[in-house]
Design a protein around this ligand. Structure first.
Ligand SMILES: C[S@@+](CC[C@H](N)C(=O)[O-])C[C@H]1O[C@@H](n2cnc3c(N)ncnc32)[C@H](O)[C@@H]1O
Length: 230
């Protein structure tokens, strides 16, 4: 499904979010709060590379590795990175976030954007992210959630659950993919449930930053310097 919509993915993201997606990704990169020089950062489910490239632009040094299981998404990321001066500090790898091809404790940060809702086993996803991080490394996730507060939740439901599948059909010629997007948000866990899951994995200082009445959230947490086994 992701390969099918890849060519129109960026356009639809900008339209559906009224361009806010670029702002949220920048906020997610800020939430990494990197302390080391030349950090190595992993982007799980990197898609067309927007989060990786935002990180490369904002962080100024270091290396960003994007991992995704959609070849078409990665091809588009590869094309995009060639056009950007900071693109040379990114690398895109084909693989699954649930079987990442990396050694333990090699990354200073693990980030992910708009991926959690597609993961069948979130416990495993967070455990693997924990293992890949160096002690003191940070996990940051940006994602969409069902908004909690009226009247925003009411307006949002109409827009996101009714209009978005229609926009997907008209512009990406793929109603089912955008119906899936809409359904995956509607049926997703609350931000608090995800925060608790991250905490239970062993992360410390877990915080949630909410935008638009919680329709978009950034979760962040740190792997303890004295590590527990995840
Ligand atoms: C909604 S897109 C988000 C892309 C990008 N992170 C962004 O900010 O636009 C979700 C991406 O996650 C990828 N994905 C989903 N499950 C995955 C998994 N288990 N392993 C690797 N990639 C995955 C999909 O191929 C897709 O490119």
């Amino acid at each position: 499904m992701f390969s099918r919509i890849a060519d129109r993915y960026d356009l639809l993201n900008r339209l559906i979010s009224f361009h806010f997606d670029t702002f949220w990704r920048k906020k997610a990169v800020e939430a990494l709060a990197l302390r080391r020089r030349d950090p190595i950062v992993l982007d799980l489910g990197s898609g067309t590379g927007d989060l990786s490239l935002t990180a490369a632009r904002e962080i100024k040094d270091g290396t960003i590795i994007g991992l995704d299981f959609s070849l078409r998404m990665l091809q588009l990321a590869q094309e995009k990175k060639r056009r950007l001066p900071y693109g040379r500090r990114t690398a895109f790898i084909l693989g699954s976030a649930l079987a990442p091809p990396f050694k333990d404790e090699v990354f200073d940060a693990v980030m992910t954007a708009f991926v959690l809702r597609n993961i069948p086993d979130l416990n495993l996803f967070f455990r693997l992210a924990y293992r890949l991080l160096r002690p003191g490394g940070r996990l940051v996730s940006l994602d969409m959630f069902p908004p909690s507060r009226f009247p925003f939740s009411f307006i949002y439901s109409f827009y996101f659950y009714r209009l978005v599948p229609w926009i997907g059909a008209a512009l990406a010629h793929d109603r089912s993919a955008y119906q899936y997007l809409s359904d995956s948000v509607k049926t997703f866990d609350s931000p608090e449930t995800i925060a608790e899951l991250i905490r239970r994995t062993g992360f410390e200082g877990v915080k949630v930053e909410k935008f638009m009445s919680g329709a978009v959230c950034i979760h962040g947490g740190e792997k303890p310097r004295m590590t527990k086994q995840a």
